[in-house]
Ligand binder design. Sequence first.
Ligand code: FAD
Ligand code: FES
Ligand code: MG
Length: 283
Amino acid sequence: MYEIVGKENLTPVTRLYQVYAPAVARKARAGQFVIIRTHEKGERIPLTIADSDRQGGTITLVVQEVGKTTMQMGTMRVGDALASLTGPLGRPSEIEKYGTVICVGGGFAVAPIYPIARALKRAGNTVLSIIGARNKDLLFWEEKLQAVSDKLIVCTNDGSYGREALVTAPLKEILEAGQRIDRIWAIGPAIMMRFCALTSEPFGVRTIVNLNSIMVDGTGMCGACRVEVGGQTRFACVDGPEFDGHQVDWDLVLARQHIYLEQEKQAVDRWEREQRHRGCSAA
Ligand code: FAD
Ligand code: FES
Ligand code: MG
């Protein structure tokens, strides 16, 4: 059992969990993820390891509540335990001294971009970070990103904080300014990553994206996470989750992310009904 030893609300829909998982904490590297189940009969969901503490034996997960399992996790408290936690999974980010890199994180993905930016900084790179959210209330970890970046640009879609822009606007400006950029990491919703890759392609800067495709086993066995990169079938769980964004078949990624939309909606409706019922019975 994997005990939740810390929990914090980062935004109204984003929670941070510190989970006791010493074997995973010992091995975790930037870019890797775990697959968890909240209870014995629960579905398996992948979550990026946003941080780890080898001494304390804990890992940090930052979870945006978008559906039944993430909402269910949101009701768990410190002292509760996850039924299973498998990892670290996936290939770690390729951290080297490249020169100047740009790290882009959108929405909940400010969490997954953080360990990558930190590792790139420790490797001696100049790190320019861009983070974005729909509005001020959905932003978090600005200070953490600031601490590992040489420059940080914060954007909101509605201009309620930082610059009123999508993350692609400052990305394009930096590239157009002519400064040498050696590599870009872009993590966030698939549509954001697609547009970051489209933005950087004319400049020929290798752009790494983190494909958040639907995963089940996380070990290359089930095929659920199938993507196409450079015309070849790849499994995001074992061959990725990081890939060259200029080579990704984005139409396929977007289509496959939504294949269970109807079932996901039904699961949320059922969950919300159960929660209401529980609330009424308790009253
Ligand atoms: P649902 O209503 O079931 O699904 C909502 C949407 O989430 C779906 O439309 C689908 O696009 C996606 N999704 C659903 N089931 C899965 C699944 N089994 N695997 C992948 N995507 C799914 N989210 C975070 O908040 N924080 C993270 O650090 C994080 N890291 C991720 C790392 C990887 C490698 C991947 C592939 C995804 C990551 N996600 C992360 C996304 C997260 O797994 C989904 O939001 C979660 O599974 C949704 O479950 P749900 O039941 O709450 O929502
Ligand atoms: Fe099953 Fe990748 S999640 S093959
Ligand atoms: Mg689900």
